[in-house]
Design a protein around this ligand. Structure first.
Ligand code: DC
Length: 449
Protein backbone atom coordinates (compact mmCIF):
# COMPACT_ATOMS: atom_id res chain seq x y z
CA UNK A 1 0.00 0.00 0.00
CA UNK A 2 1.12 3.55 -0.69
CA UNK A 3 2.43 5.93 1.93
CA UNK A 4 -0.66 7.22 3.79
CA UNK A 5 -0.20 10.77 2.57
CA UNK A 6 -0.34 9.43 -0.98
CA UNK A 7 -3.46 7.42 -0.52
CA UNK A 8 -5.64 6.99 -3.61
CA UNK A 9 -9.34 6.27 -3.13
CA UNK A 10 -11.76 5.75 -6.00
CA UNK A 11 -15.54 6.06 -5.75
CA UNK A 12 -17.51 4.94 -8.80
CA UNK A 13 -21.18 4.48 -9.45
CA UNK A 14 -24.16 5.61 -11.55
CA UNK A 15 -25.70 9.07 -11.65
CA UNK A 16 -27.50 10.34 -8.58
CA UNK A 17 -26.09 7.79 -6.16
CA UNK A 18 -24.58 10.42 -3.86
CA UNK A 19 -20.97 10.00 -5.02
CA UNK A 20 -20.17 13.70 -4.82
CA UNK A 21 -21.29 14.27 -1.24
CA UNK A 22 -19.65 11.04 -0.12
CA UNK A 23 -16.36 11.70 -1.96
CA UNK A 24 -16.14 15.31 -0.79
CA UNK A 25 -16.73 14.34 2.83
CA UNK A 26 -14.25 11.46 2.71
CA UNK A 27 -11.64 13.76 1.15
CA UNK A 28 -12.22 16.38 3.84
CA UNK A 29 -12.06 13.85 6.67
CA UNK A 30 -8.86 12.26 5.37
CA UNK A 31 -7.40 15.58 4.19
CA UNK A 32 -7.07 14.44 0.61
CA UNK A 33 -7.79 16.23 -2.64
CA UNK A 34 -11.25 15.65 -4.12
CA UNK A 35 -11.49 15.20 -7.89
CA UNK A 36 -14.82 14.93 -9.66
CA UNK A 37 -14.01 13.34 -13.03
CA UNK A 38 -17.56 13.93 -14.28
CA UNK A 39 -16.95 17.69 -13.96
CA UNK A 40 -14.21 17.42 -16.61
CA UNK A 41 -16.51 15.63 -19.06
CA UNK A 42 -19.09 18.27 -18.26
CA UNK A 43 -16.63 21.12 -18.88
CA UNK A 44 -15.76 19.71 -22.32
CA UNK A 45 -19.47 19.27 -23.09
CA UNK A 46 -20.15 22.85 -22.03
CA UNK A 47 -17.45 24.10 -24.42
CA UNK A 48 -18.86 21.93 -27.21
CA UNK A 49 -22.34 23.38 -26.67
CA UNK A 50 -21.03 26.93 -26.99
CA UNK A 51 -19.88 25.97 -30.47
CA UNK A 52 -22.71 23.76 -31.72
CA UNK A 53 -25.00 20.83 -31.00
CA UNK A 54 -24.15 17.22 -30.19
CA UNK A 55 -25.29 14.58 -32.65
CA UNK A 56 -27.24 11.73 -31.03
CA UNK A 57 -27.74 13.47 -27.68
CA UNK A 58 -31.21 13.96 -26.17
CA UNK A 59 -33.18 16.56 -28.12
CA UNK A 60 -32.95 20.19 -27.16
CA UNK A 61 -29.20 20.49 -26.81
CA UNK A 62 -27.19 23.50 -27.89
CA UNK A 63 -28.24 26.96 -29.00
CA UNK A 64 -26.23 26.85 -32.13
CA UNK A 65 -27.50 25.07 -35.26
CA UNK A 66 -24.04 23.81 -36.19
CA UNK A 67 -24.06 20.02 -35.61
CA UNK A 68 -20.64 18.84 -34.48
CA UNK A 69 -19.20 15.47 -35.47
CA UNK A 70 -17.23 13.14 -33.20
CA UNK A 71 -13.98 14.40 -34.77
CA UNK A 72 -14.96 18.04 -34.12
CA UNK A 73 -15.72 17.22 -30.49
CA UNK A 74 -12.49 15.31 -29.96
CA UNK A 75 -10.54 18.26 -31.42
CA UNK A 76 -12.32 20.64 -29.02
CA UNK A 77 -11.51 18.31 -26.08
CA UNK A 78 -7.82 18.28 -27.04
CA UNK A 79 -7.67 22.06 -27.31
CA UNK A 80 -9.49 23.25 -24.19
CA UNK A 81 -7.61 24.02 -21.02
CA UNK A 82 -9.39 22.71 -17.91
CA UNK A 83 -8.31 23.44 -14.35
CA UNK A 84 -9.79 21.71 -11.31
CA UNK A 85 -9.18 24.01 -8.35
CA UNK A 86 -8.84 22.53 -4.85
CA UNK A 87 -11.93 24.50 -3.85
CA UNK A 88 -13.90 22.44 -6.40
CA UNK A 89 -14.15 25.31 -8.89
CA UNK A 90 -13.76 24.40 -12.55
CA UNK A 91 -11.99 26.82 -14.86
CA UNK A 92 -12.27 26.41 -18.61
CA UNK A 93 -9.96 28.46 -20.82
CA UNK A 94 -9.51 31.00 -17.97
CA UNK A 95 -13.29 31.32 -17.33
CA UNK A 96 -14.98 29.85 -14.30
CA UNK A 97 -17.75 27.45 -15.37
CA UNK A 98 -18.49 25.67 -12.08
CA UNK A 99 -22.21 26.48 -12.21
CA UNK A 100 -22.69 26.34 -15.98
CA UNK A 101 -21.49 22.72 -16.25
CA UNK A 102 -24.41 21.62 -14.06
CA UNK A 103 -27.04 22.96 -16.48
CA UNK A 104 -29.70 20.61 -17.83
CA UNK A 105 -28.41 21.12 -21.33
CA UNK A 106 -24.94 19.89 -20.37
CA UNK A 107 -26.44 17.03 -18.35
CA UNK A 108 -28.41 15.88 -21.40
CA UNK A 109 -25.39 15.77 -23.70
CA UNK A 110 -22.52 14.77 -21.45
CA UNK A 111 -22.98 10.98 -21.72
CA UNK A 112 -22.81 11.20 -25.52
CA UNK A 113 -19.65 13.32 -25.43
CA UNK A 114 -18.11 11.08 -22.74
CA UNK A 115 -18.61 7.99 -24.93
CA UNK A 116 -16.17 9.23 -27.62
CA UNK A 117 -12.81 7.45 -27.38
CA UNK A 118 -10.81 10.58 -28.24
CA UNK A 119 -12.55 12.53 -25.48
CA UNK A 120 -11.95 9.75 -22.94
CA UNK A 121 -8.25 9.58 -23.84
CA UNK A 122 -7.90 13.31 -23.14
CA UNK A 123 -9.78 13.11 -19.83
CA UNK A 124 -8.00 9.97 -18.61
CA UNK A 125 -4.65 11.74 -19.14
CA UNK A 126 -5.84 14.79 -17.19
CA UNK A 127 -7.11 12.59 -14.36
CA UNK A 128 -3.95 10.50 -14.11
CA UNK A 129 -1.87 13.67 -14.00
CA UNK A 130 -4.06 15.06 -11.20
CA UNK A 131 -3.55 11.84 -9.22
CA UNK A 132 0.15 11.47 -10.02
CA UNK A 133 1.30 12.44 -6.53
CA UNK A 134 -1.51 10.59 -4.78
CA UNK A 135 -3.48 12.02 -1.88
CA UNK A 136 -6.79 11.97 -3.78
CA UNK A 137 -10.35 10.80 -3.65
CA UNK A 138 -11.53 10.56 -7.25
CA UNK A 139 -15.13 9.93 -8.21
CA UNK A 140 -16.59 8.83 -11.53
CA UNK A 141 -17.68 5.81 -13.55
CA UNK A 142 -14.44 4.10 -14.57
CA UNK A 143 -11.93 5.39 -12.02
CA UNK A 144 -11.28 2.12 -10.18
CA UNK A 145 -11.52 0.00 -13.32
CA UNK A 146 -9.63 2.06 -15.92
CA UNK A 147 -8.21 5.39 -14.76
CA UNK A 148 -6.54 4.37 -11.48
CA UNK A 149 -6.57 0.57 -11.35
CA UNK A 150 -3.81 0.54 -8.70
CA UNK A 151 -5.78 2.67 -6.22
CA UNK A 152 -5.44 1.77 -2.55
CA UNK A 153 -9.19 1.68 -1.89
CA UNK A 154 -11.98 1.28 -4.42
CA UNK A 155 -15.66 1.70 -3.68
CA UNK A 156 -18.69 1.23 -5.92
CA UNK A 157 -21.87 2.95 -4.80
CA UNK A 158 -25.20 1.81 -6.13
CA UNK A 159 -28.89 2.43 -5.49
CA UNK A 160 -32.21 1.66 -7.15
CA UNK A 161 -33.16 4.00 -10.00
CA UNK A 162 -36.27 5.29 -8.19
CA UNK A 163 -34.25 6.08 -5.09
CA UNK A 164 -31.59 7.97 -7.07
CA UNK A 165 -34.23 9.93 -8.98
CA UNK A 166 -35.95 10.86 -5.71
CA UNK A 167 -32.67 12.07 -4.17
CA UNK A 168 -31.87 14.22 -7.22
CA UNK A 169 -35.43 15.54 -7.20
CA UNK A 170 -35.19 16.59 -3.55
CA UNK A 171 -31.79 18.18 -4.15
CA UNK A 172 -33.08 20.24 -7.09
CA UNK A 173 -36.29 21.14 -5.27
CA UNK A 174 -34.19 22.52 -2.42
CA UNK A 175 -32.58 24.82 -4.97
CA UNK A 176 -36.11 25.85 -5.99
CA UNK A 177 -35.77 24.38 -9.45
CA UNK A 178 -38.99 23.82 -11.32
CA UNK A 179 -38.65 20.12 -11.99
CA UNK A 180 -40.74 16.95 -12.27
CA UNK A 181 -39.78 13.62 -10.73
CA UNK A 182 -40.65 11.46 -13.73
CA UNK A 183 -38.48 13.61 -16.02
CA UNK A 184 -35.51 13.24 -13.71
CA UNK A 185 -36.05 9.49 -13.57
CA UNK A 186 -36.16 9.29 -17.37
CA UNK A 187 -32.99 11.38 -17.70
CA UNK A 188 -31.11 9.23 -15.20
CA UNK A 189 -32.33 6.03 -16.88
CA UNK A 190 -31.13 7.32 -20.24
CA UNK A 191 -27.73 8.29 -18.83
CA UNK A 192 -27.41 4.93 -17.04
CA UNK A 193 -28.03 3.17 -20.34
CA UNK A 194 -25.51 5.31 -22.21
CA UNK A 195 -22.85 5.06 -19.48
CA UNK A 196 -23.23 1.28 -19.10
CA UNK A 197 -23.59 0.29 -22.72
CA UNK A 198 -20.82 2.34 -24.33
CA UNK A 199 -17.92 0.39 -25.83
CA UNK A 200 -15.09 2.16 -24.05
CA UNK A 201 -14.76 2.15 -20.26
CA UNK A 202 -18.43 1.49 -19.53
CA UNK A 203 -19.80 1.83 -16.04
CA UNK A 204 -18.89 -1.48 -14.44
CA UNK A 205 -17.82 -2.44 -10.97
CA UNK A 206 -14.12 -3.24 -10.68
CA UNK A 207 -13.76 -6.69 -9.07
CA UNK A 208 -11.46 -5.13 -6.44
CA UNK A 209 -14.06 -2.56 -5.38
CA UNK A 210 -16.23 -2.71 -2.27
CA UNK A 211 -19.90 -2.64 -3.30
CA UNK A 212 -22.20 -0.47 -1.22
CA UNK A 213 -25.93 -0.41 -1.89
CA UNK A 214 -26.93 3.01 -0.61
CA UNK A 215 -30.70 2.54 -1.20
CA UNK A 216 -31.42 1.90 2.46
CA UNK A 217 -28.55 3.88 3.97
CA UNK A 218 -28.29 7.56 4.79
CA UNK A 219 -25.33 9.45 3.33
CA UNK A 220 -23.91 9.65 6.84
CA UNK A 221 -24.04 5.87 7.14
CA UNK A 222 -22.35 5.41 3.77
CA UNK A 223 -19.57 7.81 4.76
CA UNK A 224 -19.05 6.13 8.10
CA UNK A 225 -18.94 2.69 6.42
CA UNK A 226 -16.22 3.85 4.03
CA UNK A 227 -14.19 5.61 6.71
CA UNK A 228 -14.36 2.56 8.97
CA UNK A 229 -13.24 0.30 6.15
CA UNK A 230 -10.27 2.53 5.31
CA UNK A 231 -9.46 3.10 8.94
CA UNK A 232 -9.44 -0.56 9.91
CA UNK A 233 -7.18 -1.51 7.02
CA UNK A 234 -4.80 1.40 7.61
CA UNK A 235 -4.66 0.52 11.28
CA UNK A 236 -3.80 -3.07 10.48
CA UNK A 237 -1.32 -1.76 7.99
CA UNK A 238 0.35 0.51 10.51
CA UNK A 239 0.46 -2.30 13.07
CA UNK A 240 2.35 -4.52 10.71
CA UNK A 241 4.44 -1.97 8.89
CA UNK A 242 4.65 0.78 11.51
CA UNK A 243 7.08 3.60 10.99
CA UNK A 244 10.33 1.95 12.03
CA UNK A 245 12.12 5.32 11.87
CA UNK A 246 11.23 5.64 15.54
CA UNK A 247 11.11 2.14 16.90
CA UNK A 248 12.06 3.49 20.31
CA UNK A 249 8.78 5.44 20.43
CA UNK A 250 6.71 2.31 19.81
CA UNK A 251 8.57 0.24 22.38
CA UNK A 252 8.12 2.93 25.05
CA UNK A 253 4.42 3.34 24.14
CA UNK A 254 3.84 -0.40 24.27
CA UNK A 255 5.30 -0.64 27.78
CA UNK A 256 3.50 2.50 28.99
CA UNK A 257 0.17 1.32 27.63
CA UNK A 258 0.48 -1.88 29.61
CA UNK A 259 1.13 0.23 32.69
CA UNK A 260 -1.86 2.53 32.09
CA UNK A 261 -4.29 -0.29 31.40
CA UNK A 262 -3.16 -2.72 34.07
CA UNK A 263 -2.32 -0.27 36.86
CA UNK A 264 -4.68 2.71 36.54
CA UNK A 265 -7.44 1.39 34.31
CA UNK A 266 -7.57 3.26 31.04
CA UNK A 267 -10.76 4.19 29.11
CA UNK A 268 -10.53 5.72 25.67
CA UNK A 269 -13.59 7.17 23.93
CA UNK A 270 -14.08 8.61 20.44
CA UNK A 271 -10.93 7.19 18.89
CA UNK A 272 -12.86 6.92 15.62
CA UNK A 273 -12.67 10.74 15.45
CA UNK A 274 -8.92 10.60 14.85
CA UNK A 275 -8.36 10.69 11.08
CA UNK A 276 -6.35 7.76 9.78
CA UNK A 277 -4.18 10.10 7.73
CA UNK A 278 -3.19 13.75 7.55
CA UNK A 279 -2.07 16.39 10.04
CA UNK A 280 -4.00 16.55 13.30
CA UNK A 281 -3.72 19.17 16.02
CA UNK A 282 -4.96 17.54 19.22
CA UNK A 283 -5.94 20.11 21.82
CA UNK A 284 -6.29 18.73 25.33
CA UNK A 285 -6.92 20.03 28.85
CA UNK A 286 -3.99 19.49 31.23
CA UNK A 287 -4.23 17.96 34.69
CA UNK A 288 -1.12 15.94 35.31
CA UNK A 289 2.26 14.76 34.04
CA UNK A 290 0.42 11.58 33.09
CA UNK A 291 -1.50 13.36 30.30
CA UNK A 292 0.98 13.42 27.37
CA UNK A 293 1.91 9.73 27.68
CA UNK A 294 -1.78 8.84 28.11
CA UNK A 295 -2.56 10.53 24.78
CA UNK A 296 0.49 8.98 23.09
CA UNK A 297 -0.36 5.42 24.08
CA UNK A 298 -4.03 5.79 23.20
CA UNK A 299 -3.41 6.72 19.56
CA UNK A 300 -3.11 4.36 16.62
CA UNK A 301 -0.55 6.73 15.04
CA UNK A 302 2.68 8.29 16.30
CA UNK A 303 2.23 11.72 17.81
CA UNK A 304 4.54 14.70 18.37
CA UNK A 305 4.48 16.88 21.47
CA UNK A 306 5.55 20.27 22.63
CA UNK A 307 6.73 20.86 26.18
CA UNK A 308 8.28 23.75 28.06
CA UNK A 309 12.00 24.36 27.57
CA UNK A 310 12.98 23.78 31.17
CA UNK A 311 11.98 20.09 30.99
CA UNK A 312 14.83 19.56 28.54
CA UNK A 313 17.48 21.38 30.54
CA UNK A 314 16.94 20.31 34.18
CA UNK A 315 17.95 16.71 33.55
CA UNK A 316 19.93 15.98 30.41
CA UNK A 317 19.01 12.27 30.34
CA UNK A 318 15.32 13.20 30.56
CA UNK A 319 15.83 15.80 27.83
CA UNK A 320 17.47 13.16 25.62
CA UNK A 321 14.53 10.81 26.25
CA UNK A 322 11.95 13.48 25.42
CA UNK A 323 13.60 14.25 22.09
CA UNK A 324 13.45 10.57 21.14
CA UNK A 325 9.75 10.58 21.98
CA UNK A 326 8.97 13.36 19.48
CA UNK A 327 8.82 16.10 22.13
CA UNK A 328 9.78 19.63 21.03
CA UNK A 329 10.67 22.44 23.42
CA UNK A 330 8.51 25.56 23.69
CA UNK A 331 9.22 28.84 25.40
CA UNK A 332 6.01 29.16 27.40
CA UNK A 333 6.34 32.81 28.34
CA UNK A 334 7.26 34.38 25.04
CA UNK A 335 5.95 33.69 21.57
CA UNK A 336 8.21 31.02 20.21
CA UNK A 337 7.88 31.34 16.45
CA UNK A 338 10.34 28.51 15.82
CA UNK A 339 8.13 26.04 17.62
CA UNK A 340 5.06 27.30 15.80
CA UNK A 341 6.92 26.81 12.53
CA UNK A 342 7.90 23.32 13.68
CA UNK A 343 4.28 22.45 14.51
CA UNK A 344 3.15 23.84 11.17
CA UNK A 345 5.73 21.65 9.40
CA UNK A 346 4.70 18.59 11.39
CA UNK A 347 1.04 19.16 10.53
CA UNK A 348 1.95 19.72 6.91
CA UNK A 349 3.84 16.41 6.98
CA UNK A 350 0.62 14.73 8.08
CA UNK A 351 1.65 14.15 11.72
CA UNK A 352 -0.41 14.35 14.91
CA UNK A 353 0.66 17.11 17.33
CA UNK A 354 -0.58 17.38 20.88
CA UNK A 355 -0.99 20.82 22.42
CA UNK A 356 -2.25 21.92 25.83
CA UNK A 357 -3.94 25.30 25.26
CA UNK A 358 -3.96 26.03 29.00
CA UNK A 359 -0.16 25.86 29.01
CA UNK A 360 0.07 24.48 32.52
CA UNK A 361 -1.55 21.79 34.69
CA UNK A 362 -4.79 22.70 36.42
CA UNK A 363 -4.46 22.75 40.20
CA UNK A 364 -8.20 22.34 40.76
CA UNK A 365 -9.11 19.74 38.16
CA UNK A 366 -11.25 22.41 36.44
CA UNK A 367 -10.59 23.78 32.96
CA UNK A 368 -8.44 26.94 32.96
CA UNK A 369 -8.40 29.84 30.51
CA UNK A 370 -6.34 29.11 27.39
CA UNK A 371 -3.13 30.95 26.53
CA UNK A 372 -3.25 32.80 23.19
CA UNK A 373 -0.33 30.76 21.72
CA UNK A 374 -2.57 27.98 20.43
CA UNK A 375 -4.66 30.60 18.58
CA UNK A 376 -1.53 31.91 16.93
CA UNK A 377 -0.46 28.40 16.00
CA UNK A 378 -3.74 27.67 14.24
CA UNK A 379 -3.75 31.04 12.44
CA UNK A 380 -0.18 30.59 11.26
CA UNK A 381 -0.74 27.07 10.02
CA UNK A 382 -3.93 28.17 8.23
CA UNK A 383 -2.19 31.19 6.67
CA UNK A 384 0.54 28.88 5.42
CA UNK A 385 -2.14 26.88 3.59
CA UNK A 386 -1.60 23.77 5.73
CA UNK A 387 -4.51 21.31 5.73
CA UNK A 388 -5.06 19.75 9.13
CA UNK A 389 -7.81 18.70 11.52
CA UNK A 390 -8.25 20.12 14.99
CA UNK A 391 -9.53 17.48 17.43
CA UNK A 392 -10.56 18.38 20.98
CA UNK A 393 -9.58 15.97 23.72
CA UNK A 394 -10.57 15.88 27.36
CA UNK A 395 -8.72 13.93 29.99
CA UNK A 396 -10.03 13.14 33.46
CA UNK A 397 -8.80 11.13 36.40
CA UNK A 398 -5.12 11.76 35.75
CA UNK A 399 -5.09 14.47 38.46
CA UNK A 400 -6.30 11.88 40.97
CA UNK A 401 -3.87 9.24 39.69
CA UNK A 402 -0.96 11.67 39.99
CA UNK A 403 -1.95 14.83 41.88
CA UNK A 404 0.21 17.94 41.25
CA UNK A 405 1.90 17.85 44.66
CA UNK A 406 2.26 14.05 44.92
CA UNK A 407 5.60 12.25 44.79
CA UNK A 408 4.26 9.07 43.24
CA UNK A 409 1.22 7.72 41.35
CA UNK A 410 -1.76 5.87 42.81
CA UNK A 411 -4.44 3.65 41.31
CA UNK A 412 -7.19 5.74 39.75
CA UNK A 413 -8.81 5.25 36.34
CA UNK A 414 -7.78 7.66 33.60
CA UNK A 415 -10.38 8.60 30.95
CA UNK A 416 -9.71 10.12 27.54
CA UNK A 417 -12.43 11.54 25.30
CA UNK A 418 -11.73 12.52 21.70
CA UNK A 419 -14.31 14.83 20.14
CA UNK A 420 -15.32 15.32 16.52
CA UNK A 421 -13.02 17.45 14.34
CA UNK A 422 -13.56 21.17 14.92
CA UNK A 423 -14.34 23.22 11.86
CA UNK A 424 -11.33 25.56 11.67
CA UNK A 425 -13.29 28.24 9.81
CA UNK A 426 -15.64 28.32 12.80
CA UNK A 427 -12.63 28.99 15.06
CA UNK A 428 -11.45 31.79 12.79
CA UNK A 429 -14.78 33.65 12.55
CA UNK A 430 -14.40 37.17 11.20
CA UNK A 431 -15.90 38.98 14.22
CA UNK A 432 -12.96 38.17 16.45
CA UNK A 433 -9.86 36.54 15.08
CA UNK A 434 -7.59 37.49 17.97
CA UNK A 435 -5.38 34.63 19.11
CA UNK A 436 -7.02 34.73 22.52
CA UNK A 437 -10.52 34.45 21.03
CA UNK A 438 -9.48 31.45 18.92
CA UNK A 439 -7.93 29.82 21.99
CA UNK A 440 -11.08 30.49 24.06
CA UNK A 441 -13.27 28.86 21.41
CA UNK A 442 -11.07 25.78 21.55
CA UNK A 443 -11.52 25.54 25.30
CA UNK A 444 -15.28 25.70 24.84
CA UNK A 445 -15.06 22.64 22.57
CA UNK A 446 -12.96 20.79 25.15
CA UNK A 447 -15.43 21.83 27.86
CA UNK A 448 -18.30 20.27 25.94
CA UNK A 449 -16.73 16.78 25.94
O1 DC B 1 -21.09 12.25 -12.32
P1 DC B 1 -21.65 13.21 -13.38
O2 DC B 1 -23.12 13.09 -13.54
O3 DC B 1 -21.21 14.61 -13.15
O4 DC B 1 -20.97 12.72 -14.76
C1 DC B 1 -21.29 13.33 -15.97
C2 DC B 1 -21.17 12.34 -17.09
O5 DC B 1 -19.80 12.08 -17.35
C3 DC B 1 -21.84 11.00 -16.88
O6 DC B 1 -23.08 10.94 -17.52
C4 DC B 1 -20.91 10.03 -17.48
C5 DC B 1 -19.63 10.73 -17.69
N1 DC B 1 -18.53 10.20 -16.89
C6 DC B 1 -17.82 9.15 -17.42
O7 DC B 1 -18.15 8.66 -18.49
N2 DC B 1 -16.74 8.68 -16.77
C7 DC B 1 -16.38 9.21 -15.58
N3 DC B 1 -15.31 8.73 -14.95
C8 DC B 1 -17.11 10.26 -15.01
C9 DC B 1 -18.20 10.73 -15.69
Amino acid sequence: MNNKKRLIITIDGPAGVGKSTVSKTIAKRLQLKHIDSGAIYRAITYKVLTLGTVQGAIKGNGNNGNTLSEDDIVTIAREVKIECKTSGRIVLDEDEVTKQIRSQEVTRCVSTVAAYKGVRDVVVNILRELAANGGVVMEGRDIGSVVLPDADFKFYLDAALQERAMRRYKELKRKNKDIELYKIQLDIKHRDKQDSSREIAPLIMDPGATYIDTSVLTLKEVISLIIRKIDSILRMDSMVFFDTSNLFYYIVCFILRLGYTKYFGFNIHGLENIPATGGVLLVCNHLSHLDPPAVAVSLPRQASFIARNSLFTTNSLFGWLLKRLNVYPINRDGVDRDVFKRVTTLLDDGKICLAFPEGTRSKTGQLQPAKPGIGMMISMAKNDGVRFSVIPCRISGSDKAFPPEAKWVKKYPVNLYYGKPIDVSELLVKQDRSYQAIADRLMEHIGRL
